[in-house]
Design a protein. Structure first.
Length: 138
């Protein structure tokens, strides 16, 4: 399975088929159309360490403590379409995990923005001072 710059070996992806929940007519108790796809991101030789780390973080609740990504697909009534959907979702996660975060450049506020901020603070303070109760003016 090729995803961007990566080539994932098919043996690294484990698929199991289970019965789908929800309505399904006469076949609901006979056909295992839902797909549970498992991909061990942490131990995968196809993934660089930084991509694996980002993938596990992106997967969130779909990742186990051991770093296995679990995708459950039951959107469609047919097994091949659910299988295709699960693989597409894994591919989308892998594509996003390959993107490196742009390093943030430290910046400083301009003199004009600092001046505006201080002027605004002065105005707000003056407005609040007018609302204050005067002591001893009875």
């Amino acid at each position: 399975m090729r995803v961007g710059d990566l080539l994932i070996d098919e043996s690294e992806i484990v698929e199991s088929f289970v019965r789908s929940s929800g309505p399904g007519g006469q076949n609901v108790n006979k056909v295992a159309s839902a797909v549970e796809l498992r991909f061990d991101a942490r131990r995968s030789p196809s993934l660089p360490d930084d991509v694996a780390t980002r993938l596990i973080k992106l997967a969130g609740a779909r990742a186990t403590q051991e770093g296995v990504i679990v995708i459950f697909a039951q959107r469609f009534a047919s097994q091949p379409r659910n299988r295709q959907d699960a693989r597409a979702r894994l591919a989308a996660l892998l594509m996003k995990a390959q993107e490196r975060a742009k390093p943030r450049l430290a910046t400083r506020p301009t003199l004009a923005s600092r001046t505006r901020r201080l002027d605004d603070k002065t105005r707000r303070g003056a407005a609040k001072a007018l609302r204050a109760k005067r002591v001893g003016t009875d």
